[in-house]
Design a protein around this ligand. Structure first.
Ligand code: LER
Ligand code: MN
Length: 270
């Protein structure tokens, strides 16, 4: 059964980013529950910062599951990524992600590699960058395996990375790797920019999809843009997708409205 999830950002420096709830975890959890989400996805400054929070108590109090933890703060706060020209920086990026995988693992939740994939440039060409990325995904995917969860890799649109933009290309990288414990995060906003046809791309990547960012064409809540959800829902039902649809949307017109609009669209199509 497909379940509904909603994003919460605890990273002040990411203001303006596509997260439905911001700041206070207790308030966000209560609002998520009220809007009838099943789970939350948290974007936090670090694994250490999460360790300071009464996460399990709060999840239990609201009857919510932790679906996933983002790792992008390694880029936003520290400018580290997995294909940096400096070996020491690549190691730091991997260590940052590994700690978040460990924290997520305590909750049976997945970690997401989005902006931590980085980008190639003058010092590291595309081939070398993809080799670094595959190496890291291999190691981190195996690391996540001990918790019985896959590692999530998210292809981003061309304005956010120059590495891999479509589910097909990202899936080819996964196929080339030793680990079979990395899955794709299909973000409907990125797909709307990069895929020829969203429903066909979802169908073609079927078995590789581990998580979905549920959002509209303009990064507003699902229902507030021009995506057509009917073919997307039909494709997900046809492939038997049984993970989360996680609202990764701008908090517009405000967090509560974005959450309610997402759930109205979720109920209409799923
Ligand atoms: C940002 O565009 C996004 O989709 C995130 O999930 C990646 O870190
Ligand atoms: Mn996303």
């Amino acid at each position: 059964m497909i379940q509904a999830c909603v994003t919460i950002s605890l990273v002040e420096q990411a203001r303006g980013g596509p997260f439905v709830f911001w700041g206070d975890l207790e308030i966000a959890f209560r609002a998520a529950k009220q809007a009838r989400f099943d789970a939350v996805e948290i974007f936090a400054p670090s694994a250490e910062s999460l360790a300071q929070l009464p996460l399990s108590g709060l999840l239990e109090a609201e009857g919510l599951k932790l679906a996933a933890l983002g790792t992008g703060a390694g880029w936003v706060l520290h400018r580290r990524h997995l294909v940096s020209p400096q070996a020491a920086e690549r190691r730091e990026a991997e260590a940052f992600i590994r700690a978040i995988i460990d924290k997520a693992g305590e909750f049976g939740a997945m970690a997401i590699i989005g902006s931590m994939q980085g980008h190639f440039g003058a010092e590291v060409d595309r081939t070398a960058a993809l080799a670094y990325l595959a190496g890291s995904l291999d190691r981190l995917g195996e690391h996540a395996g001990q918790y019985g969860v896959p590692l999530l890799f998210e292809p981003l649109n061309r304005y956010e990375t120059n590495l891999l933009h479509t589910l097909g290309d990202a899936g080819d990288l996964l196929d080339s790797m030793a680990s079979d414990n990395v899955r794709l995060l299909a973000d409907l906003f990125h797909m709307n920019i990069e895929e020829q046809d969203i429903a066909s791309a979802l169908t073609a990547a079927a078995a590789k999809i581990g998580h979905i960012h549920f959002v509209d064409s303009n990064r507003h809540a699902a229902g507030l843009g021009h995506l057509e959800y009917e073919p997307i829902a039909a494709a997900l039902k046809q492939i038997g997708y049984s993970g989360y649809l996680s609202a990764e949307a701008l908090p517009l017109p405000n967090s509560e409205q974005a959450a309610l609009e997402t759930m109205a669209t979720f109920r209409k199509y799923f």
